[in-house]
Design a binder for this molecule. Sequence first.
Ligand code: IVH
Length: 669
Amino acid sequence: MKPEEAKSTIEELTDKINYYNYMYYQQHKSEIPDYDFDKLLEDLLRLEQQFPQYRKEDSPTQRVGGHVSGEFPTAIHRFPMLSLANTYSKEEITEFDTRTKKQIQGQPEYICEQKYDGVALSITYENGILKKAVTRGDGLRGDDITHNAKTIRSLPLRIFADNLPEIFEVRGEVFLTLENFERINKEREDIGEPLLANPRNAASGTLKMQDSAIVAKRKLDCYIYSLLGENLPIQSHSEALELLKNWGFNVPDTWSKCHSIEEIMGYIEHWREKRFQLPVGTDGVVIKLNSFQQQNSLGYTAKSPRWAVAYKYKAESASSKLLSIEFQVGRTGAVTPVANLSPVSLAGTTVKRASLHNANEIKRLDLRLGDTVFVEKGGDIIPKVTGVDLTQRSLDFKPIEFISFCPECGTELIRREGEAVHYCPNDTLCPPQIKGRVEHFIQRKAMNIEGLGPETIVALYDKELVKDPADLYALTYDQLISLDRFGDKSAKNLLKGIEKSKEAPLRNVLFALGIRYVGITVADKLARHFENIDRLMSADFEELRSVPEIGEKIALSILDYFNTPEKQSFIDKLKEAGLNFSVDTSEQVKESNIFEGQSFVVSGVFQNFSRDNIKEKIENNGGRIISAVSSKADYLVAGDKMGPAKLDKATKLGVKIVSEEEFLEMLKK
Ligand code: IVH
């Protein structure tokens, strides 16, 4: 394609996709089938990679991320980001109302809204285009995390509206829905990553991740609650909320106008329980004076506005008796202590169990069997034990000892250095680990075997038909039909599902193996790089490290896995069963062979690509990636912020050093 043609096609595609995104995310209308939409996006991505100079600032491809930053630049807030005066006391809300009435000498109009439990973000738009997103930081300056913010789908990259102010700022709260938070933690648990503590920490950690492609996968969302700028066409907070909504921002409908302290209290009580039905964690209510003129007359303290106040709900707490402690063993062998409690009703549900996380937590709480404990259900989903009522403790209550042996298989537990969690190391024979491995193996992202639920897995294990996932491929019709509640149809369906799974591509197979820290994304990178399992199994640490997204921790885990004799024979069994252990090369996105026989080292930070994008580009064009500069390297693709030692070494060894622009030129040939 000629450059001029590429430029206009990129513009056309950008506008078209932005329009469909706007309709979908802001108007909740789907005007194009998903497949066609994905195709448009792919076309745009491809063109932008070929002609990065024409990529537009509001390009929708930024939603999928791909930018890797070294560290985030600091940005100064044009208007400082203040905080809110907080209180748990209704009297103080009444005092706030009295003060306000006195100041404005009349009956104020308030807007009550939810206090979302996430991370504050300030986003600047210029000429309708999202220019900059900055975290709160110390209130005066924060981190410029624009690339990450652009992955938030409900945040318009470009606003379609008439009479937009040339420049304005919106502020809001970035969060993960409770559903997304649980999904992420399930995935982490599945591959043996430590769990994220709560949705807010998860959102804040995600916003500060350096690879925006991973941020995009986390699916952050953002509610907008304020609009700042000069000469805005509005006089009040409620007008701001309505305007923001019209411009396509995600403004929740939970706000309400209140004209008296009674109405404010009514709003607070209405949401005390109902807030648990919202998709996002909240921890209180914000009460804001509506009129901007009146806001200005009340003014600010050094830290917060005098025209607003936050009422925080006390986390609901109840007391209950600690009856016993159960130790649960998960798929990865992690042992979690769970408290069995006398049933108590809390925030709308009956609580009978609470996780105690690990041995440190039991120690911290100094728990004893028989203790009366306080249980809380804050913004979080899972109830937790927050303390012990010492007035109820009797001398004969015994301290809780963490177990030393696995409750399932009797093996002595281990605790890895620097980790709080105890593990059962007997992964080949410990029953919950086996069953968990089978569950992991059959899931949709892995071998995708339908017709096999958790009960069937238990039944197959109990009958000694399945001792590892590879045994699934030896199951017969007669064996299946002998299981409880298994008829002709379900047996045939399952056998069909098992047979069909043999078609799953290598990346699914690699994920299904259950290598610690190897999620589906990493499995995909491994499959692309090595193309078959034998090459992967013989790779050394250096080669593993050269693969996009593979860090030291993952590389060591992979080496450890393939060095274990049991795992090797497991893989042999799967090979015999006929699973896909190499990439179907016809499926691969080979763009050309221009780099055939050449080896590249990629280092530093780039403008138009993430480091991983560049590596993929090289591989898709026939080149090889190696991790360190050595005489084996032909090229060093050098980005910003690259260490001088690498450059030196490359120069000495005669490795050709190319800049990002030069690399792009090479690609065009
Ligand atoms: S208005 C001048 N409205 O609470 C302060 N803040 O303690 C303007 N927050 O940093 C903030 N929900 O992150 C406002 N509906 C809401 C909010 C909200 C959550 C957070 C925000 C802010 C913190 C203030």
